[in-house]
Write a protein that binds this ligand. Structure first.
Ligand code: GLY
Length: 408
């Protein structure tokens, strides 16, 4: 290829990544080796519960693309773009719940099984579809992971639209409510004020804390907190968020956000993508498991794929998705591999702050697992009838019940 033609092709690829054309045409066809499998797409519930006002959910869009011959990863990314762009899905992309400063920061990674490419972005701001930026990292760079301002500028340079704020009215209102709960001395509830309620809480008002301590009063109030007070403060942040889940203000699936979507083609080609706004009200800059290969996603085209939703730190500590694929390589079925990983997380959760009274984990984590033949499973630390996941195959899109390691 002439250098001038190469430059033209590369420029067209970059534009296509941002605007929606598939990347297959930009990178050349992948030649399959003749394996036959049952095409399937599976994801967490976000993959079927949201369609952004359109005719298809993520699993339906991805399955249609895979069965019509699209590159598997391209089809999956087109699928997850639906909840990423949907303002009513508050755990992913546009309208995802923001960090403690009220800024939406998104994580994503993707893996292309047959090409053995992967890319990720961590803490990216301003781009509604971080999965597309993750794919651009995989396809256009020698790197796997680009984070923070660098990720946003990387996206800008490729023609992605950079939005000043990815909050919706809903995500901003929920953040305000959370602020009122954790910092009632500064963030007031107008309705409570009109009713004559709403005294600042002594323990959370930095001015009160300052007055109650010795010193000249000029130091920054937070710098004066003891480690125990800091710990109480972070516990208060988390429990205020969890209270909002218990009260139905935040959908449980949105608190840790995330869609993981994995697919297998009739040729047995396997790809996966995970994308999220991460833990609601996180410390700014916190990156979860979703953009980290082996934690929130892993694919091996000879074996299968696994990805996760739920408490990302549990997957980072245990590299869960990688381990599930390795368990399948050793001969385990998808469900057994997922259950073995949940049991490992349970056994490794030894800190009392992360345990219920019975000693089991106080958090949930879920895995979506598929092998090369198209056999699949959705498993969770806690099994309840409401815990469901999404599947699309030759029988159409449907919800199925996640199998729990533990009851309740
Ligand atoms: N699993 C999503 C997160 O923890 O960020």
């Amino acid at each position: 290829m002439q250098r001038r033609d190469f430059i033209r092709t590369a420029a067209a690829s970059a534009g296509a990544l941002a605007t929606g054309a598939t990347s297959l045409e930009a990178t050349g066809p992948y030649v399959n080796r003749g394996f036959r499998a049952r095409p399937i797409v599976l994801s967490d519930l976000s993959g079927i519960a949201f369609n952004n006002g359109g005719p298809e959910s993520a699993v339906e869009r991805a399955y249609r693309g895979i069965t019509e011959g699209e590159d598997v990863l391209d089809a999956l990314i087109e699928g997850v773009n639906i909840p990423e762009n949907d303002p009513t899905e508050s755990g992913i992309g546009f309208g995802g719940l923001p960090n403690a400063d009220g800024v939406v920061q998104l994580d994503s990674c993707c893996m292309h099984g047959p090409r053995k490419w992967a890319g990720g972005v961590g803490g990216i701001e301003g781009v509604k579809t971080p999965s597309r930026v993750a794919r651009a990292v995989a396809e256009l760079t020698d790197h796997h992971l680009i984070a923070g301002i660098g990720a946003r500028e990387f996206a800008r340079s490729l023609g992605f639209e950079i939005h000043p704020d990815l909050n919706t009215d809903n995500s901003r209102q929920l953040w305000l409510e959370w602020q009122r709960r954790v910092d009632p001395g500064h963030w007031l509830d107008p309705n409570a004020r009109l009713q004559g309620q709403g005294r600042p809480g002594e323990e959370t008002d930095p001015d009160v804390i300052r007055r109650n301590r010795s010193g000249n009063g000029n130091e920054d109030a937070l710098a004066m907190l003891t480690p125990q007070q800091m710990r109480m403060r972070s516990d208060a942040y988390l429990s205020a968020g969890l209270d909002m889940v218990d009260e139905g203000l935040i959908p449980a699936h949105s608190f840790w956000g995330t869609i993981n979507c994995n697919g297998v083609s009739a040729d047995g080609d396997i790809c996966g993508v995970t994308t999220t706004s991460g833990l609601a009200w996180k410390i700014p800059g916190r990156v979860g498991d979703s953009p980290i290969l082996g934690a929130g996603l892993y694919v091996d085209n000879d074996v299968g794929a696994a990805g996760s939703t739920g408490r990302g730190e549990a997957n980072l500590y245990n590299l869960s998705s990688f381990m599930i694929v390795e368990f399948m390589r050793q001969g385990m079925a998808p469900k057994d591999a997922g259950m073995a990983m949940l049991e490992r997380i349970r056994a490794n959760t030894v800190e009392p702050r992360l345990q219920r009274e019975d000693g089991n984990p106080s958090f949930d984590v879920r895995f979506f697992v598929v092998n090369k033949a198209g056999d699949y499973a959705g498993v969770a630390m806690y099994g309840t009838a409401e815990n469901r996941f999404a599947v699309c195959d030759e029988n159409g899109a449907r919800e199925e019940t996640l199998e729990g390691l533990l009851e309740g």
